[in-house]
Ligand binder design. Structure first.
Ligand code: HEC
Ligand code: HEC
Ligand SMILES: [Ca+2]
Ligand SMILES: [Ca+2]
Ligand SMILES: [Ca+2]
Ligand SMILES: [Ca+2]
Length: 494
């Protein structure tokens, strides 16, 4: 195993500065430690050339041809040997199951005291999407967490204000001798609807609650926001879209009058105090892959890193605090860097059937129905430290902006500039391969789309669109079946 100790070479205060690093060390480990604040520099200046709506090579040079269960867990091609070694190390720690202290294992010790999963792969199975709980099945479904926050309150930096006892997330599991905080409860309600041609459909509207609470009820009015684990491939490409290009796509006051008013989630980085573009998570409240990974270790698994040096226990959680001892951080910077690198360099699956004329017709409908106004087909990535991520024309189908999606999808939780009804446009690349979701090692063929996994099919996901996307949804609902099918054909080919 490659053991990396970055403590001496990594200047934490100026996280963008690489000048003092010995080049050889930098080339080995530093490549994974490019963090928040190092916004990519634009390589292109011209937006004038009309861009195609799709490309077989959705991830540019980072596209691979794997379309089976490993569609989301395959590396970008053409990584150097050193990069591949670092990717493999990251993959090992993405999949590794953490254990509680004391343990004889040398690495991956420090699970909990409270947690939601024992590994990243617990929720992001094969780097894919997680599954929400299903009361009708005996599957152990992980992959959905409940975020908690105080209503109508915002910290000075704009981050959500935690429940005083349960914090910012309900951890439903714990190590021996420590109570789990509670459990995730869900009820579904059927919502009936019909297409303009008379075809009826049934949607399911979930209501999530925090149940079996170990320390009494949540604080008055605490907002509970369910979040399904999204797929984690292509992260390095999304990170490499120049911030200026994302901001240029914003139209907060809807000056062009098309009903769509996307805006960036500008967030204050708690480490540097800098204001950065949020790109990751359902509300785009995280600025870099590294911070997202560090947050996941801390919040989901209970593993401390440089970014979160104390375990996730509130002052009321006495057993949790008592059980939280041992060396800090539990995961060193080098290994954190490797998991970050793994997430950044997971490749993007190629489109299937890109030369089918019907797919092209579906793509045109994607544009004429207004989907492309938010799900921006392509971007060009800027400069990065990894060749296959740099200067790539990519097709993620996102503007990385926040949109008000209406009351049905609203969770009431504010995160930095995102309101209680705003969500980041999620990428749609790989959408057609989402049926490769795996639960307990079994492919389910099911899809769990939207932030709380409520949509069981692509159609359902579209039919839940409201707010700024209402006009677009209506174009889909009012279209005749043959047009709907063409649109879906295109989306399934992504
Ligand atoms: C308990 C389930 C769970 C575990 C375990 C988990 N995640 Fe996640 N992950 C989520 C959820 C839920 C989100 C969305 C969070 C949000 O919107 O607030 C997410 C989001 C992400 C994202 C952002 C994806 C995007 O498109 O913005 C990345 C990257 C990620 N996780 C990586 C990891 C890594 C690395 C680990 C292990 C250290 C991990 N996750 C462990 C549930 C989990
Ligand atoms: C106003 C911007 C906007 C428009 C227009 C729009 N979408 Fe979306 N789309 C979003 C947002 C934001 C979400 C996430 C909402 C949530 O999770 O609650 C989303 C989610 C989705 C999802 C689920 C993705 C996932 O990972 O779970 C699909 C599929 C989708 N949209 C397809 C479409 C199609 C097809 C159209 C055109 C008929 C369309 N969208 C129009 C913003 C938009
Ligand atoms: Ca711990
Ligand atoms: Ca908690
Ligand atoms: Ca507009
Ligand atoms: Ca808006």
């Amino acid at each position: 195993m490659l053991v990396v100790d970055t403590d001496r070479v990594f200047d934490r205060r100026s996280r963008c500065s690489t000048s003092e690093l010995a080049p050889i060390v930098w080339s080995l480990i530093g490549l994974a430690l490019v963090v928040a604040g190092c916004s990519a520099e634009s390589l292109t200046t011209s937006d004038e050339i009309p861009r195609p709506l799709f490309s077989e090579r959705q991830g540019g040079d980072a596209t691979h041809q794997v379309a089976d269960l490993n569609a989301f867990s395959t590396s970008a091609p053409d990584l150097t040997d050193q990069q591949m070694q670092f990717f493999d190390l990251g993959e090992e720690f993405f999949e590794k199951e953490w254990v509680a202290m004391p343990a004889s294992t040398a690495d991956a010790v420090g699970l909990g005291p409270v947690f939601n999963g024992v590994s990243c792969a617990d929720c992001h199975v094969l780097a894919g999407r997680g599954a929400p709980p299903d009361p009708t099945s005996n599957h152990l479904r992980l992959g959905l967490t409940l975020r908690l926050s105080q209503p109508d309150q915002i910290s000075p930096t704009g981050s959500p204000v935690p429940d005083p006892v349960y914090g910012l997330q309900l951890q439903d599991r714990s190590i021996d001798g420590v109570p789990a905080e509670g459990a995730v409860g869900v009820e579904f309600e059927v919502v009936n609807g019909a297409y303009a041609d008379g075809t009826t459909y049934e949607l399911q509207r979930p209501t999530y609650v925090a149940s079996d609470l170990a320390f009494g009820p949540l604080a008055e009015g605490t907002v509970v926001s369910p979040r399904v684990a999204p797929p984690v491939f292509g992260m390095g490409l999304l990170e490499a879209i120049p911030e200026s290009d994302v901001v240029a796509g914003a139209d907060p006051d809807d000056d062009d009058g098309d009903g769509i008013s996307g805006r960036p989630n500008m967030i204050v980085d708690s480490m540097s105090g800098n204001t950065l573009l949020g790109r990751f998570s359902w509300k785009a409240s995280v600025a870099s892959v590294q911070l997202q990974v560090a947050d996941a270790f801390h919040t989901d698994i209970g593993v401390t890193t440089y970014f979160h040096i104390d375990d996730n226990c509130s002052s009321e959680q006495v057993e949790c605090l008592r059980a939280s001892s041992g060396p800090r951080p539990e995961l060193n910077d080098g290994l954190l860097g490797s998991v970050t690198f793994f997430n950044r360099t997971l490749g993007v699956p190629a489109m299937r059937d890109a030369d089918d004329p019907q797919v092209a017709q579906g793509a045109d409908l994607f544009e004429s129905f207004g989907c492309a106004s938010c799900h921006t087909p392509s971007h060009v990535t800027g400069q990065t430290d990894v060749g296959v991520l740099t200067g790539q024309t990519i097709f993620p189908y996102t503007d990385l902006l926040l949109h008000d999606m209406g009351p049905e999808l609203a969770d009431g939780r504010t995160e930095f500039e995102a309101s209680g009804s705003e969500w980041r446009t999620p990428p749609l690349w790989g959408l057609g391969l989402t049926g490769t979701t795996v639960i307990n090692g079994e492919p389910t063929g099911e899809k769990f789309l939207l932030h709380d996994g409520r949509a069981r099919t692509i159609e359902e996901a579209i039919l839940w669109h409201g707010g700024e996307a209402e006009a677009s949804r209506e174009k889909f609902r009012l279209a005749d079946e043959s047009e709907r099918e063409l649109l879906l054909l295109f989306l399934r080919a992504l």
